[in-house]
Write a protein that binds this ligand. Structure first.
Ligand SMILES: [Zn+2]
Length: 472
């Protein structure tokens, strides 16, 4: 079978055939950093992190490029409003984005190019477009001549005859209202770079063509981004590269939007969908599950109910992994036991998981395979334990692809993940002391130990196999 992906340009599922066998080059349109990240930004990041992780798990060497647009009208407006230099606003917000990506365990890009670091590449691309007769300079600006390029509109499925202008005219000397800016002539007080056509700054669409080509080559595998970028941004990127004679992206993938309108209007959540604020009340692994669980192409209505469902579903995953590790004696012991033999059921679950992800990253079906394996693992846990290590190993391998293996996340309460083992050992010392106290009928001492643990937030469950604990 192999991986098939839904290509926006061809509007169909296509088998993924890489340009170079065993390698995949991916470009993701990153943020314009006029403000910090909100939850909508993370939808795209998580969706294409799953794509990248699945390609890695399938044996590809992946080059993943995600840019930062660090010069733009909106950044200049934020800087003026905050009374700060434009580059200070861009740098602070770039750091806030990195923090948010890290919090959700989105793998760092192979390279994270900034627009202002790639002016030579952009100026060279403008030169090629002018020579090819697809761009012209006028009044200090340079424009792409939309009607000069046959096939403009193919990506978004429109014809130029039916299009409305995407940029204000601003009294510019554009030949045609549909033409878009490659280069914006300097205005007084704005940052500017020198070019053969006069000082100014780059247009947004230009930078992605220049940076994608710089790091992935004139032709590369997959261009990704949100559905809202298809037109005009991606249409214009495709036009610039086609105009310069570059084959550019072979597949175009777009994620559905996170619709925040409902929660924005709801007074109970306040107005902030800033990631830093959302993570005050939602665990990062829960937010990752919530954003990543639906199919990447479907739209998602942001809601507190949806977050609560994600917390419950992820809690079932955590409970199984924790109980299975307790029963098997720890991570090392569980992994050693799993090597002794795989059960047919666990293997079938992993095959269903792989088939789902190969089918245009069908995460809902992949998660159904995970939850099915957890149900089977729970049956083993309450029974004689046969096959438990195999179920646990399969569940953890599948969850690793989705960056949802609980072992890889900080323990509940925000403690560092490695501390879980330390706390576990300390709680076991206390539980042994409690058992000893009960044996010598010193119930006051036994109850005192239980109360001290409860006061520390440790809830003890007595099971036939001994005491088990979790955080309250
Ligand atoms: Zn872009």
């Amino acid at each position: 079978m192999g991986l098939a992906l839904y290509d926006t340009r061809e509007r169909r599922l296509r088998p993924f055939v890489p340009l170079v066998e065993g390698q995949a080059g991916i470009y993701l349109c990153g943020p314009t950093v006029q403000a910090g990240p909100h939850v909508g930004h993370l939808r795209s990041a998580v969706a294409f992190d799953v794509l990248r992780r699945w390609l890695l798990a399938s044996g590809y060497a992946v080059t993943f490029v995600r840019n930062v647009t660090d010069i733009d009208d909106k950044i200049l407006a934020s800087a003026a409003a905050e009374g700060l230099p434009w580059f200070a606003v861009a740098a602070a917000n770039t750091r806030a984005f990195s923090t948010a990506y890290d919090a959700l365990q989105v793998l760092p890009p192979t390279v994270e190019p900034r627009a202002t670091g790639h002016l030579p590449e952009m100026i060279a691309l403008i030169g090629r477009l002018i020579s090819a007769g697809h761009a012209y300079s006028t009044g200090g600006d340079v424009y792409f001549e939309v009607r000069s390029l046959p096939g403009y509109g193919a990506l978004s499925g429109q014809s130029p005859a039916a299009m409305a202008p995407t940029e204000p005219q601003n009294g510019s000397a554009k030949r045609d209202p549909l033409d878009f800016a490659l280069w914006k002539g300097a205005k007084p007080g704005e940052p500017a770079w020198e070019t053969p056509w006069g000082p100014g700054r780059p247009g947004w669409h230009l930078e992605c063509s220049a940076m994608a080509t710089r790091y992935l080559g004139a032709e590369f595998d997959i261009h990704t981004g949100g559905l809202d970028l298809i037109f005009p941004h991606h249409e214009n990127e495709a036009a610039q590269s086609a105009g310069a004679g570059d084959p550019f992206a072979r597949y175009w993938l777009h994620n559905g939007m996170l619709d925040t309108a409902g929660e924005k209007m709801s007074k109970s959540v306040g107005n902030s969908l800033a990631v830093a604020d959302v993570l005050e009340s939602v665990r990062p692994q829960t937010l990752r599950y919530y954003l990543g669980a639906p199919h990447y192409r479907s739209s998602l209505d942001y809601s507190l109910d949806g977050l609560a469902e994600a917390e419950a579903a992820y809690g079932r995953i955590e409970t199984f992994v924790r109980n299975a590790l307790d029963a098997l004696g720890g991570i090392g012991e569980a992994e050693a036991l799993a090597l002794e033999g795989e059960t047919a059921g666990a293997k079938a679950a992993e095959e269903a998981f792989a088939a789902a992800l190969d089918d245009d990253l069908a995460v809902p079906r992949a998660l159904a395979a995970v939850h099915g394996a957890i149900r089977a693992g729970n049956v083993a846990l309450t029974g004689d334990g046969a096959g438990l290590a195999g179920w646990l190993a399969a569940v953890r391998r599948m969850l690793t692809v989705l960056a949802l293996d609980p072992v890889q996340w900080p323990a509940a309460g925000g403690a560092d993940g490695r501390l879980r083992g330390v706390v576990d050992a300390l709680v076991k010392v206390a539980l042994r002391a409690r058992a000893d106290a009960r044996e010598r009928r010193d119930y006051a001492a036994a109850d005192g130990i239980r109360d001290a643990l409860a006061a520390a937030g440790v809830v003890v469950e007595d099971t036939p196999q001994g005491g088990r604990w979790h955080l309250s």
